[in-house]
Design a binder for this molecule. Structure first.
Ligand code: ATP
Ligand code: MG
Length: 449
């Protein structure tokens, strides 16, 4: 191993040649969220530790084992956010956004930090895209949020994704259920893991979310919350199912879906892929009607979800989904000698101002290596500038794909000349562009009628 400092375990570098994958998903999630009425919120990377303890819940794995907490020189302790909901709700309360009318919708794309056992799709720094909707109790809101996720997964092109839904009731129905769960697990206590022993005392529902195989097996036979729902929760859950059917969204009722955070009430849901093994939950969310009041705000129903972007990209790669390729180099100005390099610089500035992606030699390569480099970066056109071109005031644009050369004057007409060459190339090679141009032609025709 090389002798320089390595990145911390569980973190990732996105190198320049790969960042277009991130740009693809970031663009799709943001545009879709905006189409559903969400606007972006940006919150701090760290918060007072108490915020997460109170919201995520002190019996959760996240709070008990996974938080990166730092003491500052003052009295407060801070924690790097393990998720985005707590900070978002804090910000909504702190900025008085609840006074701006209902419902409020916010989305975010942010890094999260959890001290986890690192595996594929399970990192210590990872990224979530998430949405929170505040002030909507009706199951129409739950369906709308789910429809947003579905729409994103469709747009990125994911296949073989299952939507699991469940209701985990409200504090009213959960009392009886906790008793039943406790009795069930009490009988099998010896077979449960260490952590689950403690969960049994403090919050038996957490056992259902344990990742240990033996615990999972036992939990499979545990009583299910659906049998304990109060009438209100039951009809809310039925309402959600009805709405999903109306929107044509397939789902599976999975009574074992409980989610890893304490603040959920009623609806919980997960979008699961079988392509990532135990890390198959690409997106998880649900309703958290009690969270805002527990953070000192007014009793306000709310819901949301978070999508793991590393898991999304991994699944997309695995399934061969398409990513938006970045725009390639339009022109490379090859220059021989310092006068020619100055001309290349001048032309580069001119063409960049016009919006083209342009490069020229800045490391002093010879003619051949410059051509090679232009080829390597996929330049669509190359122009060679040397003494004779400067003298005659004429030079050639070479289409690198066809080899075709077109001579142009190196004066003010050059932009216009190149525009024509470029347009012809697009018509020849770019199907989308041709369709785009055709669509105008059809419009004209209709107008002409
Ligand atoms: P899991 O059950 O896989 O541990 P979770 O219940 O802890 O997930 P949430 O807290 O609901 O997950 O976070 C929402 C989403 O964020 C998850 O569905 C997943 O896609 C992603 N995610 C969570 N933890 C990690 C992690 N350590 N590394 C990468 N992605 C993660
Ligand atoms: Mg987890």
């Amino acid at each position: 191993m090389a002798n320089y400092i390595q990145r911390p375990k569980g973190t990732q570098d996105v190198v320049p040649s790969q960042s277009y994958k991130w740009h693809t998903v970031e663009r799709i999630v943001a545009e879709t969220a905006e189409q559903f009425g969400f606007r972006e919120i940006r919150i701090p990377t760290f918060e007072e530790t108490g915020l997460f303890v109170r919201s995520v819940g002190d019996t959760t794995d996240v709070v008990q084992k996974e938080m990166y907490t730092v003491s500052s020189t003052g009295d407060s302790t801070f924690t790097l956010r393990p998720e985005g909901t707590a900070g978002t709700i804090r910000a909504i309360l702190e900025n008085g956004i609840l006074n701006e009318g209902f419902p409020q919708r916010a989305y975010y794309i942010l890094s999260c930090f959890r001290h986890e056992n690192v595996q594929k799709g399970r990192l210590r720094e990872f990224h979530q895209f998430g949405c929170e909707m505040v002030g909507a109790a009706d199951p129409a809101a739950d369906a709308d949020i789910i429809a947003l996720v579905k729409s994103i997964l469709d747009r990125v092109g994911l296949k073989n994704i299952r939507l699991d839904i469940n209701s985990i009731g409200c504090p009213k129905c959960r009392g009886e259920y906790h008793k039943a769960l406790k009795a069930f697990f009490e009988d099998r206590k010896d077979e449960l893991c260490e952590t689950c022993h403690e969960r049994l005392e403090r919050n038996p529902m957490r056992i259902l979310d344990c990742k240990v195989e033996d615990c999972k097996k036992i939990a499979a036979d545990a009583p299910v919350i659906l049998d304990y729902l109060c009438d209100d929760c039951k009809s809310h859950f039925e309402g959600l199912q009805e709405n999903l059917r109306v929107m044509g969204i397939d789902f599976v009722i999975n009574p074992h879906t409980v989610r890893g955070l304490d603040y959920y009430t009623r609806t919980v849901f997960e979008f699961v892929t079988t392509d990532l093994g135990a890390q198959g939950v690409v997106c998880g969310g649900g309703r958290y009607d009690g969270l805002i009041s527990s953070l000192g705000g007014p009793q306000t129903p709310a819901l949301g979800f978070a999508m793991g972007l590393e898991r999304l990209i991994l699944t997309m790669e695995k399934q061969g989904c398409e990513f938006m390729e970045p725009k390639g180099c339009d022109i490379y100005f090859v220059s021989m000698g310092s006068n020619a390099q100055k001309k290349a610089m001048e032309l580069t500035a001119k063409f960049r101002e016009e919006g083209y992606y342009v490069q020229y030699d800045i490391v002093g390569r010879g003619l051949k290596p410059q051509m090679k480099y232009a080829d390597k970066i996929g330049a669509k056109f190359v122009m060679v500038l040397g003494d004779s071109e400067l003298e005659t005031g004429k030079a050639k644009f070479k289409n690198m794909q066809t080899g075709e050369q077109t001579e142009v004057s190196l004066d003010d007409s050059i932009l216009e000349s190149f525009g024509e060459i470029y347009y012809t190339m697009l018509l020849d090679t770019d199907e989308d562009f041709r369709d785009f141009v055709d669509s105008f032609a059809e419009d004209d025709f209709e107008l002409g009628n």
